[in-house]
Design a protein around this ligand. Structure first.
Ligand SMILES: *Cc1c(COP(=O)(O)O)cnc(C)c1O
Length: 447
C-alpha cells in the first residue's frame, strides 16, 4: 500500500495536447509577460462564451436565449469577491449577508472593506444559504441597525447550485445587490443558467484545485459593458487617461497575468471534459455507497423541471439543479463505528489544511470547541493511511474564532453537517478504479 500513488481531492489537470503550454509559449515568444495581453483577452472571451450559453427556455428578442455578461480576469477569486463587493458600494460600517457554510474567501473581503459579514446558515437539501432565513436576517438587520445589508453573497458549496431564483426574488424585493460566489461552482447550472450570471456580479476561481486552473486566478462576471469598465478600472489601480498617473479613486493591482491566462485558455479546451468527469465520479460514489448503512452521498435535489412557457416539452427541459460536483461529499452518521475512533484527536495535526507553504502555527490542543465527530476523523485517518486524501467539510464561518463577534442567523444545519461531513477525491485524475478503491477503503474502515 505504501507505494500506491496518492489520490488527491482535486488536482490540476492539463489538456492532453498541451494547449496550455502552447498559449504560454506564445506569450513568451511575443514578450507578453505582463498582466494584460492577448491571452487575457482571449481567456475572457472564452469565459464570456461559456457563461453566456444559457439553456433556459428564455429566448431573447432575437430568439437566442443567451446572456450578454462581460468577464474580467483577475489574479484570484478572492480579488473577484473583493471587487464585486466594492462595486456594489460596500463601505466601512456596512453589513453584508454571507452564507456561513463556506471557505473564508467569501467572507474575508467584506472585512477588507471595513464592513461586517452577517452570517446566514444553510438549508439541508443544497447545503447552501437558506433563502427564508436570509429574508429573516435582512428584516432583522433593518430593525436593529436602521439599514439593509449592502450586498448578499450566496455560495455554490462544492459546486452545488443555491436556490438562485428565490435568492434573487428576495434580494430584489429589498433592493440588495447579489454577488454570487461561484468559485467552486464553475459550470454548475440552475434551471439551465450558469451560476454567476444571476446576480449583479459573479465570482469564479481558477486556483490550482478548482474546476479549471490558471495556477492561481479568478474572474468577475459583470452585468454589462459599463460595470465591466468600472471593474477593469478598479483592477488596474484606477488609472485615468492621461500621459501621467492620475487616480480619481483607490484601485487595486488585481489583473490576471498573461502567462496565467494562457493556461486558462488551454483549460477552456477541456472544461467540458472536466465537468463530465466530475459528474461521472459522483455517480459512481452514489452507486457504490448506496448500500453502506449510515453513509450518505450528498446529491443534488432532483426536481421535475419547470414546464416550458411554450409548452413544447423535451427540447426545453432542463434540470433545476445541475451541479458540477467539484468535490464529492458524504456524511457519516454518528452511529457508524469506525476503526480507531477511540484514538481520534489524540495527536496534534502538524500541517494546516491545504498547506500554507509549510508555514503553520503549532496548535495548542488537538481539539477545538467545534470539530467533526470522532468517527469522521477516524475515517479521514484511515483513508490517509491508504493514500487517499479526504477532508472534513468546511467549518462554518460562524464557528470560526475570527468571526466570533459578528451577527449570525443560525438554524443548526451547517454545524451539524460539519460534524458528519467529509469531502472525497473527485476530478480528472480520479479513475474508476480509484473510486472503487476509495469505497472499499471506506467499507473496510467501518466496524
Ligand atoms: C476558492 C474559493 C474562492 C476564491 O479563492 P481564490 O483561491 O482566491 O481563487 C472563493 N470562495 C470560495 C467558496 C472558494 O472555495
Amino acid at each position: 500500500m505504501a507505494d500506491r500513488k496518492r489520490i488527491y481531492l482535486c488536482l490540476a489537470h492539463m489538456s492532453e495536447d498541451g494547449a496550455e503550454q502552447k498559449f504560454v509559449k506564445e506569450a513568451f515568444d511575443t514578450n507578453w509577460v505582463v498582466p494584460l495581453g492577448p491571452n487575457v483577452n482571449g481567456f475572457e472571451k472564452d469565459l464570456e462564451e461559456f457563461v453566456n450559453n444559457s439553456l433556459t427556455p428564455n429566448p431573447s428578442p432575437k430568439g437566442e436565449g443567451n446572456l450578454n455578461k462581460r468577464v474580467v480576469a483577475l489574479s484570484a477569486g478572492t480579488a473577484a469577491v473583493h471587487l464585486g463587493l466594492l462595486a456594489c458600494g460596500v463601505k466601512p460600517g456596512d453589513e453584508v449577508i454571507v452564507q456561513s457554510f463556506t471557505f473564508c474567501a467569501s467572507t474575508h473581503p467584506v472585512t477588507y472593506l471595513g464592513a461586517t459579514p452577517v452570517l446566514v446558515d444553510s438549508e439541508p437539501d443544497t447545503w447552501n444559504i437558506d433563502p427564508e432565513l436570509m429574508e429573516e436576517a435582512i428584516k432583522d438587520r433593518k430593525a436593529k441597525t436602521g439599514k439593509y445589508p449592502a450586498a448578499i453573497v450566496p455560495v455554490a458549496l462544492y459546486g452545488m447550485p443555491y436556490k438562485a431564483d428565490r435568492i434573487m426574488e428576495i434580494a430584489n424585493k429589498y433592493g440588495i445587490p447579489v454577488v454570487e460566489d461561484a468559485a467552486e461552482g464553475f459550470g454548475s447550472r440552475y434551471k439551465g443558467q450558469v451560476l454567476g450570471t444571476f446576480g449583479k456580479y459573479g465570482v469564479l476561481s481558477f486556483n490550482g484545485n478548482k474546476m479549471i486552473t490558471t495556477s492561481g486566478g479568478g474572474a468577475l462576471i459583470t452585468e454589462d459593458e459599463d460595470h465591466w469598465r468600472e471593474i477593469m478600472m478598479y483592477a488596474t489601480q484606477y488609472r485615468e487617461s492621461y500621459p501621467y498617473y492620475q487616480h480619481e479613486k483607490i484601485g487595486y493591482n488585481y489583473r490576471m497575468s498573461n502567462i496565467c491566462a494562457g493556461i486558462g485558455r488551454g483549460q477552456m479546451t477541456v472544461v467540458n471534459d472536466h465537468l463530465a468527469h466530475h459528474k461521472h465520479v459522483q455517480k459512481m460514489y452514489e452507486e457504490l455507497l448506496a448500500d453502506v448503512p449510515g453513509v450518505h452521498v450528498h446529491s443534488q435535489p432532483s426536481l421535475t423541471p419547470d414546464p416550458s412557457p411554450k409548452g413544447e416539452g423535451s427540447e426545453y427541459q432542463v434540470p433545476t439543479y445541475d451541479s458540477n460536483y467539484w468535490l464529492c461529499t458524504i456524511s457519516i452518521d454518528e452511529s457508524v463505528k469506525v476503526k480507531g475512533q477511540e484514538n481520534a484527536y489524540k495527536t496534534i495535526v502538524t500541517g494546516a489544511v491545504g498547506g500554507a507553504a509549510g508555514v503553520i502555527h503549532a496548535a495548542e490542543s488537538a481539539h477545538t470547541d467545534c470539530e467533526p465527530n470522532a468517527n469522521v476523523e477516524a475515517m479521514r485517518v484511515a483513508l490517509d493511511k491508504a493514500q487517499i486524501e479526504a477532508r472534513p467539510v468546511w467549518k462554518p464561518m460562524h464557528k470560526q474564532p475570527c468571526y466570533k463577534n459578528v451577527p449570525a442567523y443560525v438554524n443548526g444545519v451547517s454545524e451539524a453537517l460539519f460534524k458528519v461531513g467529509m469531502c472525497l477525491p473527485a476530478g480528472p485524475y480520479v479513475t474508476d478504479e480509484d473510486v472503487k478503491y476509495i469505497v472499499e477503503t471506506i467499507k473496510s474502515a467501518i466496524i
